[in-house]
Every structure is written in structure tokens, then in C-alpha cells.
Design a binder for this molecule. Sequence first.
Ligand code: SF4
Length: 208
Amino acid sequence: MEKLTELNSDLTTYPIAETFHSIQGEGAWTGVSAFFIRLAGCNVGCPWCDQKESWTDKTFPKYSSEMLSTKAQQANASIVVITGGEPLMYNLFPLTDKLRKLGMKIHLETSGSYPFSGNFNWVTFSPKPFKAPHESIYVKASELKIIIADQKDFEWAEKQKSKTNSQSINFLQPEWNSRTSSSLIYKYICKHPEWRMSLQTHKFLGVR
Ligand code: SF4
């Protein structure tokens, strides 16, 4: 049985938009050395998405769990972040099993719009109003991160927080191109201390 799991794990491939070593720019792990694996493919359709080139999975090469694990190991970062695109469009058990066998700490960044899969040390749940989250994500979230583009997003944020497990850390993050969302969040958090602000520090630094 063990052999079969290993075989499946090695044969599973994923469309990969890019892999890179940087620091985690957002949320509770901001500033930590991180190796990013960006899976291609997303049909959530956020109008302000900064990864639109990763929406298709057709034009990107496929990598096996084995190849991705080797790249991650060579990077020697503190954490491996599986992001997208929308990573939960794929079965993430083979990849996370492989990374875990190498002793890596694995984080997920997801909109939660597909059934949960994989074995993670940390789950960043960033739901989007453009495609409803799957119910399986709410117990899994380690942090909830809501992108605020305008005032109406606070209502969405509260609705998502009410469904998410109580251990989750709650972040509001300004939409990068919005001129007003930072000050809206600032004022909101002063009145709602259960929320924290997350900033895209990598963009301020001019790195990925
Ligand atoms: S879920 Fe993420 S990758 Fe998909 S459209 Fe929204 S921001 Fe872009």
C-alpha cells in the first residue's frame, strides 16, 4: 500500500505557472523565507487579479511531485507556499505527501472554491465573492484573508468570518490598486479589533 502511494505521488503532475524563492509578503508569516509553487488554472475571475496569466492551465509545463519537491528542497526556504491560480482545482495530496516526506513545512493559499485536499501546516483562506467557497475549507483555515476593494466588501468579510473556525486569524488586505481601501480598513479595524491589517509587503519592496 505504501508503495502504491509513493508511485501515485511520483506520477501525479501539475501545471506550473512558476516557482520562485522570495519572502512571504502577506498575512501572519510576512517576512519569512518562502519557496513558492504557483499552480496554473483558476476560474474564480477576480477583476483585480494580479495573476491573470495563470488563469489558464493549457500553456504551462507540467511538473511531477518529485520534480517540485526537489526544487523546493534545493531552495532551502523556511516554508513552501503552494499558491495559484487556484491550487484546490487539483488533488494536492500527492504533492504535499512528497514534500512532507522531505520534512518541509507546507502552506496553502486558496480561495477555497474547490473541495479541500492535501496535508498542510498552514492554510491561508482568501475567499472571493465571485465564486462561492466550498464548505470543506471553513474548518481548515489557519488565517482568513479578505481583499477589500470598497466599502461593500466588509459585509462579505464578516459573513466569511462567521463561517470560519474560531482559531483562524482574521486579516483585511487592501486591493493594491484601490486608492481608498487602506484608509477604509484602518478605520474599520479601529472599530473592529478582531481584525488585523495585512499589506502586500513584497510589492512595496518591488519583489515577487
Ligand atoms: S482566486 Fe486568485 S488567481 Fe484566481 S482570479 Fe482571484 S486573485 Fe486571481
